[in-house]
Design a protein around this ligand. Structure first.
Ligand code: NCD
Ligand code: ZN
Length: 335
């Protein structure tokens, strides 16, 4: 059995910088046409110069592969209209983080609401710059995403022309919210389609599956699968592949993030095939994103075959999801 995927896109990707960038960027560029690049570097990507130079470093790391890094800015509440108008030439979206909610988000906003963020959101809405949001409150870890839903509603109601992407949704309630507001969209990761909290902490603790937002309950995973498998037009694949060096994961104080970029398409094929919905994978990994973000990525055809792929134990110093395990699908060719 074979699947041909055209121009796969990863609409939420952490490529980091320096040595790590050199390790992970080629792995994404090998099988994806493009990706939305997260701006949570240290310090974060907050100026046009930051965006331009980071994009250059990414392209250098990628080498000869055809791969478009769709750049983002890290949301700051002091961006003004003229700055955003200039920045729009270089970016695809702006990513908003509540301060301290996840890796390298210390410079995020202290409070997310339509009033305090009004002038930036107004300008983004007018300039048609999409807003990507890490939607978690400061509450109990399992409730953080649910508690944030009223914030999404506030933003969606007050800025009806602003495209708002609920990043890496993990709960059935977030799935339900999608159809309530025209301007709400979502990305879903590979790992949240696969795992629940049980896989992370139900037996021996598995640090390589620890991420933000934390994986939830079986019924949440079921809702995510349902909406992804049906390739709901407002849902896109965003791996949230978030590499950390092995010593930061297998350590006291494990860093949050699951590294999935090099195994994502193979594992998605496996999931979609088992659910009998392979024909919907193209929309989930590319067409929906093209439509939502009006993208025209470099042409790439990825052929996957139903042959076992043994996932390496590590890529340099980063351990991927399913390390050392077998996935039922492998990449046959990319052209
Ligand atoms: C991400 C990271 O490591 O940058 N970590 C994660 O657990 N997903 C940040 C993020 O997207 O939350
Ligand atoms: Zn992320």
């Amino acid at each position: 059995m074979r699947v041909v995927l055209k121009d796969p896109l990863d609409m939420h990707l952490h490529l980091r910088d320096k040595e790590m960038l050199k390790v992970v960027a080629p792995l994404s560029a090998k099988s994806f046409s493009g990706a939305l690049i997260m701006p949570n570097l240290v310090p974060p990507v907050t100026s046009v110069e930051d965006v331009r130079s980071y994009k250059e470093r990414i392209l250098e790391a990628v080498g000869k592969e055809r791969f478009e890094p769709y750049m983002t800015l890290f949301f700051k509440n002091d961006y003004d209209y003229d700055f955003l108008k200039e920045a729009k030439k270089y970016i695809t979206a702006i990513k908003l983080y509540p301060a301290g909610i996840t890796t390298n988000s210390e410079d995020g906003v202290l409070s997310v609401d339509s009033r305090s963020l009004g002038s930036v959101l107004e300008a983004m809405s007018e300039l048609e710059i999409p807003l990507c949001v890490h939607g978690e409150s400061e509450g109990f870890v399992m409730d953080r995403e649910r508690e944030f839903l009223s914030v999404y509603e506030d933003l969606a109601k007050n800025f009806p022309k602003l495209k708002i992407v609920m990043e890496h949704i993990t709960t059935k309630e977030s799935v339900s919210l999608l159809d309530k507001y025209e301007n709400l969209y979502a990305t879903i990761t590979l790992h949240h389609l696969y795992i629940t909290l049980d896989d992370v902490a139900g037996g021996l603790l598995r640090p390589h599956l620890f991420c933000k937002p934390i994986a939830k309950r079986p019924e949440d995973r079921m809702a995510l699968r349902k909406v992804a498998f049906s390739a709901h037009p407002k849902v896109m694949f965003g791996s949230d592949s978030a590499p950390h060096p092995v010593d930061k994961k297998e350590s006291f104080g494990c860093a949050a993030g699951v590294f999935t970029a090099p195994i994502a398409l193979q594992a998605l094929c496996d999931l979609f095939e088992k659910a009998g919905v392979l024909e919907n994978l193209q929309k989930f990994v590319s067409d929906n994103a093209k439509e939502i973000y009006s993208l025209n990525p470099p042409k790439k055809e990825v052929v996957l075959v139903k042959e076992e792929y043994e996932v390496p134990n590590s890529f340099k110093n980063v351990v991927p999801m399913f390390a050392g395990e077998k996935i039922g699908w492998s990449i046959e060719s990319v052209s």
